[in-house]
Structures are given as structure tokens and as C-alpha cells.
Write a protein that binds this ligand. Structure first.
Ligand code: SAM
Ligand code: SF4
Length: 424
């Protein structure tokens, strides 16, 4: 989501005649687009800001802007650590970037404006996309779920869906420009359409996009398990362009931790949805997010998560140590754990998943997979692409095939990628 926000900021600035440069040392302005989801991202931001300070010392004309969630969270507070910053604006202010820049140019002090554009979700912003075949498309902003560990609802605001016609127009344009794949973005895509009117929901949006010429594949992130409906499962099964792949964050395998997280589903509800998904779409690739060491997580709770991983056998996971975030209600929960306990649990989760991912990848050896070839591989002379389940595959093929859908017979499987041969 942040990367796509950066693509939009680039699009807005390029429309004004600016050009991107690869090296900050050659830039007139640097925008740091920040993430605040975990403390580590915040630390990275402040050390990057430190590096820019010395750049500004040698080039006093350099403008430094801070965008994104840390800007929203800290506002003018950033200036107490970095008084040399020229501009601070939040994620819902991107649509106002041009006018903010003008104001900054004529003002004497740092411009701090994180008020947000109330019409943000109704605006179609230009975007300079990095990829030529695969595009991110935001379908909604913000989140209403208030999971107790998460800053997103506080920083990105309440859930707002874009109008289906605006989304379809953007995807149609992408199809026209030769894009083959779109990934629909939202914090909880399954609740898309809330407040838009009767009959507009996420499965209906998928049906609309499935009709668009040129687009061959549709993906989406992220699905909240509670809102995964039977209607969506049917849409995944029926719509040929919707890839058989779903990211369904579980966070924990223990009911008491799920309650403390305010996830509003129980382990059994989650497992039941996984069962229904697999019955309807047998080869669906499943990935998840896990938080290790949430406050109050006992060794038994943690074991429940490990058991769930063994039971579900995900294709891949993203796992994180619980990180204290300002303003979230989990801060006030009893039983915050020591770093080394969280660290060890994270290591155990990752080690278990590594075995499962390798096994699952090996199960694909001998199968034929549809691959969208999307670039040159780091493996000498090969071309790389992705299966419908979103696994990377390296294949010996002519570079002229980049952008095509091909069938590949899988012959080797590692942790991070597969290798195969083109089928005749
Ligand atoms: N909206 C998505 C959902 O409901 O799962 C995910 C959004 S969040 C940007 C991505 C992941 O970051 C979450 O699924 C969660 O696992 C992790 N995360 C969020 N806050 C966290 C925190 N305070 N500490 C550790 N991990 C966190
Ligand atoms: Fe954060 Fe929960 Fe919303 Fe995901 S659903 S963005 S984890 S509050």
C-alpha cells in the first residue's frame, strides 16, 4: 500500500514536470514515505532522516518531506528530532500534494498538514507505476476493525471504498496500456462497498473487473477472515481471471489471544473458512500473518499457533514479533513479554513454516503451472514469472516471451522459488 502511495506521489510530481532521480544526492527534494506498523520501520525512518541531514548540510537547497503514517502519527513532533525537515503530510493528503508544495515554497517555516482530504477516496490520482505488467489498484482506504495491536485505523482513518466505476475505469486503462495483472488493495477488501449502496460488494467488484479486456489475472490483499463470505469463495471458484491464491491473516491460533486482539473470529471459525475455501478451490494457495508474543500469550497459546500452522499448512507466512504501537489499546493489556521470548517464538514459527513451505513447493514438482513471465531472473540467463498461486518460477525461455502466459512443467523446488521447463 505504501509503495503504491509512492507511485502516486511520483505520478503527481511528474505531471508537474518533476523527474525522479536514482541518487538522493542529485535531488532537489526527497520525500520519505514512512510506515509505522512496527517499531522497526520507525527506527529505519529516523536513521534515514539522519543520513539526509548530512546531505542537506552539503546542499542547503535540498527540501526534505516526510509523508505516510509516521508523518500522520508524529506531525510536528518530527521536528523536535529533525528540525531540518521542510514538509510533513499524511497518507490522505497525497491528493493535495501539488498545493502543499506551493504553500511550502512560499512559506518560511516547515509546512505541517495532516488534516487529510475528505474526498480522497473519490479522486483519481495519477500514478507512475514501477512495473509494466503488474499493477496495484487501491479499492478502499482506511480500516474500521481496530485490532488492538494495530495503528492503521488511527493513521489511515475509517474505511472508505472507492466507487466501482472509478476502479473499473482505472483497470480498463491499465488493460489498454498492456498491463496483465492487477492486485486490488485494501486493509480489508472483503468488506469493500460498505456504505456505497445496495448490491456493491467485493464479489460484485471482482465480477466487474473480470470482464475487463487485456487483464489476465486478478489478485487482492488483504482479506479479513471474519468477512470472508461464501459469495467470495464462489467468485474465486467461478471467475477465470481471479487467481487461486488468498492471504488470510490469522495472527494467532489461540482463542483467548484472538479475543484480546479483537479479531472477532475464533480458531474454529477460521479453520472452517479454510476448509470451505479448499473444498471449493482445491489447489488454492494460502498465506497468512502471525504475531508472535502478543501481550499475555502463554507457552500454551503459542503452541496453539504452531499447531494451527501444521494443520493448515500454509504456502507461506509473514511473521512478526508483537511491537508496541502508540495509541493502540494492546499497550494497556497485562502480560507484555520480554524481547527474547518474542524473538524465540518468532524463530520457532519461522523454522516450522520453512519446512512446510519447502514441502508444499516440492509437491508441485511434476505439475504443469500457468506462469505469467514478468522479467529476467537472477539465475543466469533464465526468465522468471509467477504461478497463479503467486510462487516464483525460473524457466529457460526467450526474453521476447516476457509478458506472456505460458505453461511450465515444474522440475525443481526450493524455499523461495521453483524451476521448470516450458511445455510445447
Ligand atoms: N489489514 C490486514 C489484516 O487485517 O490482517 C493487515 C494489515 S497490517 C498492515 C499487516 C500485518 O502487520 C498484520 O496482519 C499484523 O500481522 C502485523 N502487525 C500489525 N500491527 C502489528 C504490531 N503492533 N506488532 C506486530 N505486528 C503487527
Ligand atoms: Fe490493522 Fe486489523 Fe485493520 Fe488489519 S484489520 S489494518 S490488522 S486494524
Amino acid at each position: 500500500m505504501n509503495e503504491h502511495d509512492s507511485e502516486r506521489m511520483t505520478g503527481i510530481l511528474e505531471a508537474q514536470g518533476c523527474a525522479s532521480v536514482a541518487d538522493a544526492g542529485c535531488a532537489d527534494m526527497v520525500i520519505l514515505n514512512t510506515c509505522s506498523i512496527r517499531e522497526k520501520a520507525e527506527q529505519k525512518f529516523f536513521s534515514e532522516l539522519g543520513r539526509l541531514k548530512s546531505l542537506k548540510a552539503s546542499n542547503p537547497g535540498l527540501k526534505i518531506a516526510v509523508a505516510g503514517c509516521i508523518a500522520q502519527q508524529e506531525g510536528a513532533g518530527i521536528l523536535s528530532r529533525a528540525p531540518y525537515v521542510d514538509m510533513i503530510f499524511g497518507p490522505s493528503d497525497i491528493s493535495r500534494l501539488s498545493s502543499l508544495l506551493e504553500q511550502q515554497r512560499f512559506g518560511e517555516r516547515t509546512l505541517v498538514d495532516t488534516t487529510g482530504d475528505p474526498e480522497y477516496h473519490r479522486k483519481r490520482l495519477p500514478a507512475t507505476r514501477k512495473d509494466r505488467l503488474k499493477a496495484w489498484v487501491s479499492i478502499m482506504y482506511g480500516c474500521d476493525n481496530f485490532c488492538t495491536y494495530c495503528v492503521v485505523p488511527y493513521l489511515r482513518g475509517r474505511e472508505r471504498s472507492r466507487m466501482p466505476d472509478d476502479i473499473a475505469a482505472e483497470v480498463r486503462e491499465l488493460g489498454h496500456w498492456g498491463y496483465k495483472e492487477v492486485t486490488l488493495l485494501g486493509q480489508n477488501v472483503n468488506s469493500y462497498g460498505k456504505g456505497l449502496g445496495k448490491g456493491i460488494d467485493f464479489p460484485a467488484l471482482l465480477r466487474l473487473i473480470n470482464e475487463i479486456l487485456g487483464i489476465e489475472r486478478i489478485r487482492f490483499v488483504t482479506s479479513h477472515p471474519r468477512d470472508l463470505s461464501e459469495k467470495l469463495i464462489i467468485a474465486i471458484r467461478e471467475l477465470p481471471k481471479v487467481c487461486e491464491s488468498i492471504h488470510l491473516p490469522v495472527q494467532s491460533g489461540s482463542d483467548s489471544i484472538l479475543t484480546a486482539m479483537n479479531r472477532r473470529y475464533r480458531r474454529e471459525d477460521y479453520l472452517d473458512k479454510v476448509k470451505k475455501l479448499r473444498e471449493a478451490v482445491p489447489h488454492i494457495a494460502l498465506t497468512t500473518d502471525i504475531i508472535a508474543g502478543f501481550p499475555g500469550e502463554t507457552e500454551q497459546d503459542f503452541e496453539m499457533t504452531m499447531q494451527l500452522l501444521s494443520e493448515v499448512r500454509y504456502d507461506g507466512i509473514f511473521a512478526f514479533k508483537y511491537s508496541k504501537r502508540p495509541g493502540t489499546s494492546a499497550l494497556g493489556l497485562p502480560g507484555h513479554l520480554e524481547e527474547d521470548i518474542k524473538e524465540k517464538r518468532l524463530e520457532r514459527v519461522l523454522a516450522l513454516q520453512k519446512e512446510i513451505t519447502i514441502q508444499k513447493n516440492r509437491e508441485l514438482i511434476g505439475t504443469t503451472q500457468e506462469i505469467l513471465l514478468d522479467g529476467r531472473s537472477k539465475k543466469g540467463g533464465m526468465i522468471t514469472g509467477r504461478t497463479r498461486g503467486n510462487k516464483a518460477v525460473n524457466v529457460a525461455a526467450d526474453p521476447s516471451l516476457i509478458g506472456s502466459l505460458v505453461n511450465v512443467k515444474i522440475s525443481e523446488a526450493g524455499m523461495n522459488s521453483l524451476t521448470g521447463q516450458l511445455c510445447e
